[in-house]
Design a protein around this ligand. Structure first.
Ligand code: SF4
Ligand code: SF4
Length: 66
């Protein structure tokens, strides 16, 4: 399951547009629902590093955008 770091999320909704499972919603703050397959696409695309995958919860994602 994907974790949203609420202090980092800017509500830009990029994650909503890239999720292939339609598992993300964003009303000011991103939320993940049970449709998530942990594909981690949203983690790669979040410009704020607000998303992290299972097993990666302690480490904020600071990968540079491609
Ligand atoms: S892409 Fe990142 S900052 Fe933008 S809404 Fe999603 S979690 Fe928040
Ligand atoms: S990990 Fe994949 S399925 Fe889950 S919310 Fe992110 S983009 Fe959607």
């Amino acid at each position: 399951m994907i974790t949203v770091e609420s202090t980092r999320c800017t509500g830009c909704a990029v994650c909503v547009t890239v999720c292939p499972e339609d598992a993300l919603s964003c009303f000011g703050l991103a939320e993940v629902d049970e449709n998530c397959t942990d594909c981690l696409i949203c983690v790669d695309h979040c410009p704020s590093g607000a998303l992290s995958g299972a097993g990666d919860r302690e480490e904020p994602n600071d990968r540079a955008p491609r």
